[in-house]
Design a binder for this molecule. Structure first.
Ligand SMILES: Cc1cc2nc3c(=O)[nH]c(=O)nc-3n(C[C@H](O)[C@H](O)[C@H](O)COP(=O)(O)OP(=O)(O)OC[C@H]3O[C@@H](n4cnc5c(N)ncnc54)[C@H](O)[C@@H]3O)c2cc1C
Length: 387
Protein backbone atom coordinates (compact mmCIF):
# COMPACT_ATOMS: atom_id res chain seq x y z
CA UNK A 1 0.00 0.00 0.00
CA UNK A 2 1.76 3.20 -1.16
CA UNK A 3 -0.74 5.74 0.18
CA UNK A 4 -0.24 5.33 3.89
CA UNK A 5 -2.57 5.94 6.83
CA UNK A 6 -0.62 8.97 8.09
CA UNK A 7 -1.06 10.78 4.75
CA UNK A 8 -4.77 9.94 4.69
CA UNK A 9 -5.24 11.21 8.23
CA UNK A 10 -3.70 14.58 7.38
CA UNK A 11 -6.02 15.04 4.40
CA UNK A 12 -8.98 14.09 6.64
CA UNK A 13 -7.84 16.65 9.18
CA UNK A 14 -7.68 19.39 6.53
CA UNK A 15 -10.60 18.88 4.16
CA UNK A 16 -14.28 18.01 4.25
CA UNK A 17 -13.80 16.60 0.72
CA UNK A 18 -11.21 14.15 2.15
CA UNK A 19 -13.00 11.07 0.84
CA UNK A 20 -12.72 12.28 -2.77
CA UNK A 21 -9.08 13.41 -2.35
CA UNK A 22 -8.09 10.19 -0.62
CA UNK A 23 -9.52 8.11 -3.46
CA UNK A 24 -7.48 10.13 -5.96
CA UNK A 25 -4.34 9.80 -3.86
CA UNK A 26 -4.84 6.10 -3.32
CA UNK A 27 -4.96 5.55 -7.06
CA UNK A 28 -1.83 7.73 -7.51
CA UNK A 29 -0.11 5.58 -4.87
CA UNK A 30 -1.01 2.38 -6.72
CA UNK A 31 0.19 3.93 -9.96
CA UNK A 32 3.53 5.03 -8.44
CA UNK A 33 4.15 1.58 -7.01
CA UNK A 34 3.24 -0.34 -10.19
CA UNK A 35 4.43 2.01 -12.93
CA UNK A 36 7.19 4.22 -11.51
CA UNK A 37 8.99 2.21 -8.83
CA UNK A 38 10.14 -0.71 -11.07
CA UNK A 39 12.55 1.43 -13.14
CA UNK A 40 13.89 3.67 -10.32
CA UNK A 41 17.06 1.63 -9.71
CA UNK A 42 17.90 1.46 -13.42
CA UNK A 43 17.34 5.22 -13.85
CA UNK A 44 19.98 5.83 -11.16
CA UNK A 45 22.47 3.13 -12.14
CA UNK A 46 22.39 3.87 -15.86
CA UNK A 47 21.90 7.63 -15.37
CA UNK A 48 18.84 7.75 -17.63
CA UNK A 49 16.54 10.76 -17.67
CA UNK A 50 13.18 9.26 -16.54
CA UNK A 51 11.28 10.43 -19.63
CA UNK A 52 9.11 7.32 -19.87
CA UNK A 53 8.06 7.60 -16.24
CA UNK A 54 7.35 11.31 -16.71
CA UNK A 55 5.14 10.58 -19.71
CA UNK A 56 3.12 8.19 -17.54
CA UNK A 57 2.98 10.76 -14.71
CA UNK A 58 1.77 13.34 -17.20
CA UNK A 59 -0.98 11.04 -18.54
CA UNK A 60 -2.04 10.31 -14.97
CA UNK A 61 -2.62 14.07 -14.47
CA UNK A 62 -0.24 14.35 -11.51
CA UNK A 63 1.66 17.43 -12.69
CA UNK A 64 -1.65 19.26 -13.25
CA UNK A 65 -3.01 18.69 -9.74
CA UNK A 66 -2.72 22.19 -8.20
CA UNK A 67 -3.22 24.36 -11.31
CA UNK A 68 -6.48 26.03 -12.42
CA UNK A 69 -8.83 24.17 -14.76
CA UNK A 70 -8.65 27.03 -17.32
CA UNK A 71 -5.03 25.97 -18.03
CA UNK A 72 -5.88 22.26 -18.06
CA UNK A 73 -5.09 21.86 -14.39
CA UNK A 74 -7.14 19.80 -11.94
CA UNK A 75 -7.68 22.65 -9.47
CA UNK A 76 -7.05 20.49 -6.40
CA UNK A 77 -5.56 21.78 -3.13
CA UNK A 78 -1.79 22.03 -2.71
CA UNK A 79 -1.62 19.39 0.09
CA UNK A 80 -3.05 16.84 -2.38
CA UNK A 81 -0.22 17.69 -4.80
CA UNK A 82 2.34 17.44 -1.98
CA UNK A 83 1.11 13.96 -1.08
CA UNK A 84 1.27 12.84 -4.71
CA UNK A 85 4.86 14.11 -5.01
CA UNK A 86 5.83 12.34 -1.78
CA UNK A 87 4.62 9.03 -3.23
CA UNK A 88 6.37 9.63 -6.55
CA UNK A 89 9.60 10.31 -4.64
CA UNK A 90 9.13 7.15 -2.61
CA UNK A 91 8.93 5.30 -5.93
CA UNK A 92 11.57 7.26 -7.89
CA UNK A 93 13.10 10.51 -6.62
CA UNK A 94 14.42 11.35 -10.10
CA UNK A 95 10.90 11.38 -11.52
CA UNK A 96 9.60 13.45 -8.61
CA UNK A 97 12.38 16.03 -9.03
CA UNK A 98 11.25 16.93 -12.56
CA UNK A 99 7.65 17.23 -11.32
CA UNK A 100 8.91 19.64 -8.64
CA UNK A 101 10.91 21.80 -11.09
CA UNK A 102 8.01 21.74 -13.55
CA UNK A 103 5.59 22.86 -10.83
CA UNK A 104 7.89 25.71 -9.87
CA UNK A 105 8.09 27.07 -13.42
CA UNK A 106 4.33 26.68 -13.94
CA UNK A 107 3.69 28.51 -10.68
CA UNK A 108 5.93 31.38 -11.82
CA UNK A 109 4.02 31.71 -15.08
CA UNK A 110 0.66 31.39 -13.30
CA UNK A 111 1.54 34.09 -10.77
CA UNK A 112 3.43 36.58 -12.91
CA UNK A 113 2.72 35.81 -16.57
CA UNK A 114 0.20 37.73 -18.66
CA UNK A 115 -2.90 36.02 -20.04
CA UNK A 116 -1.21 35.33 -23.40
CA UNK A 117 1.79 33.66 -21.73
CA UNK A 118 -0.44 31.58 -19.46
CA UNK A 119 -2.57 30.37 -22.35
CA UNK A 120 0.35 29.70 -24.65
CA UNK A 121 2.77 28.10 -22.18
CA UNK A 122 0.66 26.52 -19.48
CA UNK A 123 -2.18 25.37 -21.73
CA UNK A 124 -1.21 25.13 -25.40
CA UNK A 125 2.38 23.96 -24.89
CA UNK A 126 1.10 21.77 -22.07
CA UNK A 127 3.51 22.75 -19.26
CA UNK A 128 0.79 22.21 -16.67
CA UNK A 129 0.09 18.68 -17.88
CA UNK A 130 3.75 17.87 -18.53
CA UNK A 131 3.46 17.59 -22.33
CA UNK A 132 6.41 20.02 -22.47
CA UNK A 133 9.17 20.04 -19.88
CA UNK A 134 10.66 22.99 -18.01
CA UNK A 135 13.95 23.96 -16.36
CA UNK A 136 14.73 26.72 -13.87
CA UNK A 137 17.99 28.64 -14.34
CA UNK A 138 19.04 31.04 -11.60
CA UNK A 139 22.41 29.77 -10.27
CA UNK A 140 25.68 30.93 -11.88
CA UNK A 141 29.34 29.98 -11.39
CA UNK A 142 29.81 33.08 -9.20
CA UNK A 143 26.76 32.72 -7.08
CA UNK A 144 23.94 30.54 -5.86
CA UNK A 145 22.82 31.76 -2.44
CA UNK A 146 23.83 35.29 -3.37
CA UNK A 147 21.41 35.48 -6.30
CA UNK A 148 21.47 39.27 -6.26
CA UNK A 149 25.01 39.11 -7.69
CA UNK A 150 24.25 37.06 -10.83
CA UNK A 151 26.07 38.34 -13.89
CA UNK A 152 24.01 37.17 -16.85
CA UNK A 153 22.85 40.28 -18.68
CA UNK A 154 19.81 41.04 -20.82
CA UNK A 155 20.31 44.11 -22.96
CA UNK A 156 17.25 45.78 -24.41
CA UNK A 157 17.39 46.55 -28.14
CA UNK A 158 14.08 48.09 -29.20
CA UNK A 159 11.44 45.44 -28.63
CA UNK A 160 13.96 42.62 -28.07
CA UNK A 161 16.41 41.51 -25.40
CA UNK A 162 19.87 40.09 -26.08
CA UNK A 163 20.98 37.71 -23.31
CA UNK A 164 24.58 36.79 -22.46
CA UNK A 165 26.03 34.80 -19.58
CA UNK A 166 26.61 31.40 -18.00
CA UNK A 167 24.32 29.40 -15.73
CA UNK A 168 25.54 26.38 -13.81
CA UNK A 169 24.25 23.52 -11.61
CA UNK A 170 21.01 23.53 -13.60
CA UNK A 171 18.78 20.44 -13.45
CA UNK A 172 18.29 18.85 -16.90
CA UNK A 173 18.21 21.97 -19.10
CA UNK A 174 18.97 19.76 -22.09
CA UNK A 175 15.73 17.83 -21.59
CA UNK A 176 13.60 20.95 -21.17
CA UNK A 177 11.53 22.64 -23.87
CA UNK A 178 11.30 25.89 -21.92
CA UNK A 179 13.77 27.47 -19.50
CA UNK A 180 12.77 30.08 -16.94
CA UNK A 181 15.95 32.14 -16.79
CA UNK A 182 17.04 35.10 -14.67
CA UNK A 183 19.22 37.92 -16.02
CA UNK A 184 20.03 41.53 -15.11
CA UNK A 185 18.66 44.44 -17.15
CA UNK A 186 19.05 48.21 -16.55
CA UNK A 187 16.13 47.93 -14.14
CA UNK A 188 17.47 44.97 -12.12
CA UNK A 189 17.19 41.19 -12.25
CA UNK A 190 14.37 40.07 -14.52
CA UNK A 191 12.88 36.73 -15.50
CA UNK A 192 12.66 35.48 -19.07
CA UNK A 193 11.08 32.58 -20.89
CA UNK A 194 13.70 30.99 -23.09
CA UNK A 195 12.58 28.33 -25.58
CA UNK A 196 15.29 25.68 -25.93
CA UNK A 197 15.60 26.22 -29.68
CA UNK A 198 16.76 29.84 -29.15
CA UNK A 199 19.96 30.35 -31.15
CA UNK A 200 22.98 30.78 -28.83
CA UNK A 201 21.55 28.62 -26.03
CA UNK A 202 23.81 25.67 -25.38
CA UNK A 203 24.21 22.98 -22.73
CA UNK A 204 27.98 23.27 -22.50
CA UNK A 205 28.94 20.78 -19.80
CA UNK A 206 27.36 17.96 -17.82
CA UNK A 207 28.66 17.90 -14.24
CA UNK A 208 29.03 14.42 -12.65
CA UNK A 209 27.46 14.28 -9.19
CA UNK A 210 26.55 12.28 -6.08
CA UNK A 211 22.82 11.63 -6.46
CA UNK A 212 19.75 12.32 -8.60
CA UNK A 213 21.68 10.60 -11.34
CA UNK A 214 18.68 10.43 -13.66
CA UNK A 215 19.18 14.16 -14.19
CA UNK A 216 22.08 15.79 -15.95
CA UNK A 217 23.30 18.69 -13.85
CA UNK A 218 24.58 21.13 -16.42
CA UNK A 219 26.38 24.32 -17.22
CA UNK A 220 24.56 26.39 -19.80
CA UNK A 221 26.00 29.02 -22.09
CA UNK A 222 23.83 31.89 -23.23
CA UNK A 223 25.58 33.50 -26.12
CA UNK A 224 23.77 36.44 -27.75
CA UNK A 225 20.39 34.76 -27.26
CA UNK A 226 17.74 37.02 -28.73
CA UNK A 227 14.22 36.94 -27.30
CA UNK A 228 11.27 39.22 -28.04
CA UNK A 229 10.12 41.44 -25.16
CA UNK A 230 6.98 39.27 -24.95
CA UNK A 231 9.25 36.65 -23.35
CA UNK A 232 9.83 38.85 -20.32
CA UNK A 233 7.87 37.33 -17.43
CA UNK A 234 6.04 40.00 -15.47
CA UNK A 235 7.73 43.35 -14.91
CA UNK A 236 11.34 44.16 -15.70
CA UNK A 237 13.47 44.33 -12.53
CA UNK A 238 11.18 42.17 -10.41
CA UNK A 239 12.85 38.83 -11.11
CA UNK A 240 14.23 38.25 -7.63
CA UNK A 241 10.93 39.10 -5.98
CA UNK A 242 9.26 36.57 -8.31
CA UNK A 243 11.96 33.99 -7.59
CA UNK A 244 11.12 34.17 -3.88
CA UNK A 245 7.46 33.29 -4.54
CA UNK A 246 8.38 30.59 -7.06
CA UNK A 247 10.87 29.06 -4.63
CA UNK A 248 8.24 29.00 -1.87
CA UNK A 249 6.35 26.55 -4.02
CA UNK A 250 9.49 24.62 -5.02
CA UNK A 251 10.70 24.34 -1.43
CA UNK A 252 7.47 22.63 -0.39
CA UNK A 253 7.63 20.12 -3.22
CA UNK A 254 11.31 19.35 -2.70
CA UNK A 255 10.61 18.94 1.04
CA UNK A 256 7.90 16.43 0.06
CA UNK A 257 10.53 14.61 -2.01
CA UNK A 258 12.70 14.41 1.15
CA UNK A 259 9.78 12.81 3.01
CA UNK A 260 9.14 10.34 0.16
CA UNK A 261 12.81 9.31 0.09
CA UNK A 262 12.86 8.93 3.89
CA UNK A 263 9.64 6.90 3.85
CA UNK A 264 11.15 4.52 1.28
CA UNK A 265 14.34 4.10 3.35
CA UNK A 266 12.30 3.57 6.54
CA UNK A 267 9.96 0.95 5.03
CA UNK A 268 12.91 -0.96 3.56
CA UNK A 269 14.66 -0.84 6.95
CA UNK A 270 11.56 -2.12 8.72
CA UNK A 271 11.34 -5.15 6.39
CA UNK A 272 15.08 -5.81 6.47
CA UNK A 273 15.20 -5.69 10.27
CA UNK A 274 12.56 -8.43 10.43
CA UNK A 275 14.38 -10.66 7.91
CA UNK A 276 17.99 -10.23 8.99
CA UNK A 277 19.13 -12.57 11.76
CA UNK A 278 22.02 -12.06 14.19
CA UNK A 279 22.82 -13.87 17.43
CA UNK A 280 19.94 -16.23 16.72
CA UNK A 281 17.17 -13.64 16.35
CA UNK A 282 15.87 -10.98 13.99
CA UNK A 283 17.76 -7.73 14.40
CA UNK A 284 14.33 -6.08 14.91
CA UNK A 285 14.35 -7.69 18.36
CA UNK A 286 17.30 -5.56 19.44
CA UNK A 287 16.29 -2.40 21.24
CA UNK A 288 19.04 -0.31 19.66
CA UNK A 289 17.60 -1.15 16.22
CA UNK A 290 14.09 -0.42 17.53
CA UNK A 291 15.27 2.98 18.76
CA UNK A 292 16.44 3.84 15.25
CA UNK A 293 13.15 2.70 13.70
CA UNK A 294 11.14 4.68 16.25
CA UNK A 295 13.16 7.85 15.63
CA UNK A 296 12.87 7.41 11.86
CA UNK A 297 9.09 7.15 11.76
CA UNK A 298 8.60 9.92 14.34
CA UNK A 299 10.73 12.37 12.38
CA UNK A 300 9.12 11.46 9.06
CA UNK A 301 5.67 12.17 10.50
CA UNK A 302 6.84 15.45 12.02
CA UNK A 303 8.24 16.58 8.65
CA UNK A 304 5.08 15.51 6.83
CA UNK A 305 2.97 17.59 9.22
CA UNK A 306 5.19 20.66 8.85
CA UNK A 307 4.98 20.47 5.06
CA UNK A 308 1.21 19.89 5.11
CA UNK A 309 0.81 22.93 7.36
CA UNK A 310 2.80 25.16 4.98
CA UNK A 311 0.98 23.69 1.96
CA UNK A 312 -2.40 24.29 3.60
CA UNK A 313 -1.51 27.96 4.18
CA UNK A 314 -0.56 28.47 0.52
CA UNK A 315 -3.09 30.75 -1.11
CA UNK A 316 -4.72 31.47 2.26
CA UNK A 317 -2.05 33.73 3.73
CA UNK A 318 0.29 36.12 1.97
CA UNK A 319 3.62 35.47 3.57
CA UNK A 320 4.36 31.82 4.22
CA UNK A 321 8.13 32.02 3.74
CA UNK A 322 8.91 31.10 7.34
CA UNK A 323 6.58 28.08 7.44
CA UNK A 324 7.89 26.87 4.05
CA UNK A 325 11.52 27.33 5.13
CA UNK A 326 10.95 25.52 8.43
CA UNK A 327 9.40 22.61 6.54
CA UNK A 328 12.27 22.45 4.02
CA UNK A 329 15.05 22.70 6.64
CA UNK A 330 13.47 20.08 8.87
CA UNK A 331 12.42 17.64 6.12
CA UNK A 332 15.75 17.74 4.27
CA UNK A 333 17.85 17.24 7.40
CA UNK A 334 15.43 14.59 8.66
CA UNK A 335 15.77 12.65 5.39
CA UNK A 336 19.55 12.55 5.82
CA UNK A 337 19.27 11.25 9.38
CA UNK A 338 16.70 8.64 8.34
CA UNK A 339 18.74 7.45 5.34
CA UNK A 340 21.88 7.30 7.47
CA UNK A 341 20.08 5.14 10.04
CA UNK A 342 18.71 3.00 7.19
CA UNK A 343 22.26 2.28 6.00
CA UNK A 344 23.22 1.39 9.58
CA UNK A 345 20.28 -1.02 9.95
CA UNK A 346 21.24 -2.69 6.65
CA UNK A 347 24.83 -3.08 7.91
CA UNK A 348 27.44 -3.74 5.21
CA UNK A 349 24.75 -4.50 2.63
CA UNK A 350 23.40 -0.98 3.06
CA UNK A 351 26.67 0.30 1.63
CA UNK A 352 26.42 -1.90 -1.48
CA UNK A 353 24.59 -1.50 -4.78
CA UNK A 354 22.55 -4.60 -4.00
CA UNK A 355 20.10 -2.51 -1.97
CA UNK A 356 18.52 0.87 -2.75
CA UNK A 357 19.59 2.46 0.52
CA UNK A 358 22.69 4.34 -0.53
CA UNK A 359 20.77 5.75 -3.50
CA UNK A 360 18.25 7.17 -1.05
CA UNK A 361 21.04 8.75 1.00
CA UNK A 362 22.76 10.14 -2.12
CA UNK A 363 19.49 11.63 -3.39
CA UNK A 364 18.54 13.05 0.02
CA UNK A 365 21.92 14.77 0.31
CA UNK A 366 20.95 17.36 -2.32
CA UNK A 367 17.91 18.61 -0.48
CA UNK A 368 19.73 20.54 2.26
CA UNK A 369 21.47 22.46 -0.57
CA UNK A 370 19.20 22.92 -3.60
CA UNK A 371 16.53 25.65 -3.67
CA UNK A 372 18.10 27.44 -0.70
CA UNK A 373 20.65 25.85 1.64
CA UNK A 374 19.66 25.06 5.23
CA UNK A 375 21.97 27.89 6.34
CA UNK A 376 20.28 30.49 4.15
CA UNK A 377 16.81 29.28 5.15
CA UNK A 378 17.71 29.40 8.86
CA UNK A 379 18.83 33.01 8.36
CA UNK A 380 15.48 33.76 6.71
CA UNK A 381 13.48 32.06 9.49
CA UNK A 382 15.38 34.02 12.13
CA UNK A 383 15.07 37.31 10.24
CA UNK A 384 11.31 36.89 9.93
CA UNK A 385 11.02 35.93 13.60
CA UNK A 386 13.04 38.96 14.71
CA UNK A 387 11.11 41.41 12.53
C1 LIG B 1 21.86 18.55 -7.91
C2 LIG B 1 21.64 20.03 -7.96
C3 LIG B 1 20.61 20.53 -8.72
C4 LIG B 1 20.44 21.93 -8.83
N1 LIG B 1 19.48 22.40 -9.67
C5 LIG B 1 19.38 23.75 -9.87
C6 LIG B 1 18.47 24.27 -10.85
O1 LIG B 1 17.74 23.52 -11.51
N2 LIG B 1 18.42 25.61 -11.03
C7 LIG B 1 19.21 26.47 -10.32
O2 LIG B 1 19.11 27.68 -10.55
N3 LIG B 1 20.09 26.00 -9.40
C8 LIG B 1 20.20 24.68 -9.15
N4 LIG B 1 21.11 24.18 -8.25
C9 LIG B 1 21.96 25.11 -7.54
C10 LIG B 1 21.59 25.28 -6.07
O3 LIG B 1 20.37 25.97 -5.96
C11 LIG B 1 22.76 25.99 -5.39
O4 LIG B 1 23.82 25.06 -5.32
C12 LIG B 1 22.42 26.48 -3.98
O5 LIG B 1 21.50 27.54 -4.04
C13 LIG B 1 23.68 26.97 -3.23
O6 LIG B 1 24.42 27.86 -4.00
P1 LIG B 1 25.99 27.62 -4.24
O7 LIG B 1 26.16 26.22 -4.68
O8 LIG B 1 26.48 28.69 -5.11
O9 LIG B 1 26.61 27.74 -2.80
P2 LIG B 1 27.13 29.09 -2.12
O10 LIG B 1 26.07 30.12 -2.21
O11 LIG B 1 28.47 29.40 -2.64
O12 LIG B 1 27.26 28.60 -0.61
C14 LIG B 1 28.34 27.79 -0.16
C15 LIG B 1 28.14 27.54 1.33
O13 LIG B 1 28.16 28.79 2.03
C16 LIG B 1 26.97 28.94 2.78
N5 LIG B 1 26.57 30.36 2.78
C17 LIG B 1 26.46 31.19 1.72
N6 LIG B 1 26.04 32.39 2.14
C18 LIG B 1 25.88 32.31 3.47
C19 LIG B 1 25.48 33.23 4.49
N7 LIG B 1 25.11 34.48 4.20
N8 LIG B 1 25.45 32.80 5.76
C20 LIG B 1 25.78 31.53 6.09
N9 LIG B 1 26.17 30.62 5.17
C21 LIG B 1 26.22 31.00 3.89
C22 LIG B 1 25.93 28.08 2.08
O14 LIG B 1 24.87 27.72 2.96
C23 LIG B 1 26.78 26.90 1.66
O15 LIG B 1 26.93 26.03 2.75
C24 LIG B 1 21.30 22.80 -8.11
C25 LIG B 1 22.31 22.28 -7.31
C26 LIG B 1 22.51 20.91 -7.23
C27 LIG B 1 23.63 20.38 -6.39
Amino acid sequence: MYYIREQKNIIEMLYKEAEEYNLILESIGNFAEKEIFPTAKKVDEEEIFPRQSLEKVSKQGIMAIPFPAEYNGLGLPFPVYINAIEMLAKACANTALQVSVQGMVCEGIRLFGNERQKNELLKEKGLVEGRSLAAFALTEPCCGSDARSIQTKAERLGNRFILNGTKTLITSPGEADIILLFAGTDKGISSFILPKETAGFKVAKVIPKLGFRGHSLSEVHIDNCEVPEENLLGEEGKGLEYAKHILNSGRMTIAAIAVGIAQAAYEKSLSYSKERKAFGESISEFQLVQEKLANMVTEINAARLLISYAAFLKGKRKNIASEVSQAKVFASEMALRVCDNAIQIHGGYGYTDEYDIHRHWRDARLITIGEGTSDILRLLIARLALK
